[in-house]
Design a protein around this ligand. Structure first.
Ligand SMILES: N[C@@H](CCC(=O)N[C@@H](CS)C(=O)NCC(=O)O)C(=O)O
Ligand SMILES: [Fe+2]
Length: 293
């Protein structure tokens, strides 16, 4: 029988993000997945409320933190991976395609000298690579489409599918960021749906359609039966048409230009300038406004 992972979700209502602690009940080793570093774009203030709440939970449970994992370079919030590593000493990891995303965005920010080899992380996972959280087996599946570096972590009987599949009533994630691909997303979703039907799927966002209560957990069987984008598409071509039509209506995430410069650097804030203050850089006329759509 597949080993049961102990999963605790932490919802960030400001960015509609799900952050997870996944633990091995036998050894009480755990990993954090997709922690959020708080940022208010109107004031420019950063904060560690979400991250500290998760670290306090781990301490309270007596868990031993083994890994800090990101599923992808987030476009809508900052990753708290580096902050948490500094606090705990635990290693940080992401999929190895992050290097491609670094190349892309270092170009956009005109930072030719910035590292493009993922050295900011302790480990870059290859497709299919295995590791352990205590005695729980963990496996990395590349899941490109939403971003080209996206991965799914299959840990015991749970899969952390980030922004491939949302809850069944919310469908799938957008695939229109630089490096995104609706076709790749379709294939990534097929691979997730090929996991055993009872696999518990944990999503990366829940936008609470119609104002319903936040939800984050489904199963492969439930997604096959009723995912609002997947169950209505009989082919890859139909899915691409549906996805691209919807993406054409979506404004960019409000923090995309801020988030990518932090998240391609493992969630590290920019170095302070001579006056001791940190600054972000915003490329103009790189992305498209929703005007005219
Ligand atoms: N309103 C949010 C939107 C964020 C967004 O675009 N989220 C991505 C995941 S990172 C997505 O797939 N959204 C799907 C949708 O809005 O339908 C923001 O500005 O941050
Ligand atoms: Fe995302």
């Amino acid at each position: 029988m597949t080993r049961q992972a102990e999963v605790t979700a932490f919802y960030d209502p400001r960015t509609f993000s799900l952050q997870y602690v996944v633990a091995d009940p036998d050894t009480r080793s755990c990993a954090i997945i997709d922690p959020v570093l708080d940022f208010d774009e109107k004031s420019g203030q950063t904060a560690t409320g979400n991250a500290d709440r998760i670290l306090a939970f781990i301490a309270g449970q007596g868990y031993a933190l083994q890994w800090i994992l990101d599923t992808h370079p987030h476009a809508d919030h900052f990753s708290a991976a580096s902050y948490m590593k500094a606090k705990t000493g635990a290693p940080i990891a992401i999929g190895e395609k992050i290097c491609e995303v670094q190349k892309l965005w270092n170009g956009f920010y005109n930072w030719p000298a910035a590292p493009k080899d993922g050295r900011q992380w302790d480990r870059l996972f290859a497709d299919g690579e295995s590791f352990r959280i205590g005695n729980l087996p963990a496996r990395v599946m590349f899941s490109p489409g939403h971003t080209l570096a996206s991965v799914t972590y299959v840990i015991g009987d749970a899969a952390f599918v980030h922004d491939t599949l949302f809850m069944p009533d919310s469908g799938t994630a957008r695939a229109d960021f630089p490096g995104g691909s609706a076709s790749a997303l379709w294939h990534s979703i097929q691979a997730i749906l090929a996991l055993p039907d009872e696999t518990r799927l944990f999503t990366g966002h829940d936008y609470r359609p119609g104002g319903r209560e936040v939800q984050w957990q489904s199963t492969v069987a439930a997604q096959k039966a009723s995912n609002s984008h997947i169950s209505v598409c009989r082919s890859e071509a139909e899915f691409i048409a549906l996805r691209e039509a919807r993406d054409a209506t979506l404004p960019m995430p409000r923090l995309i230009l801020q988030a990518l410069q932090i998240n391609t650097n493992a969630g590290r804030l920019p170095e302070p300038e001579a006056n001791g203050r940190r600054y972000l850089k915003i490329p103009l006329d790189l992305l498209k406004a929703p005007w005219g759509n």
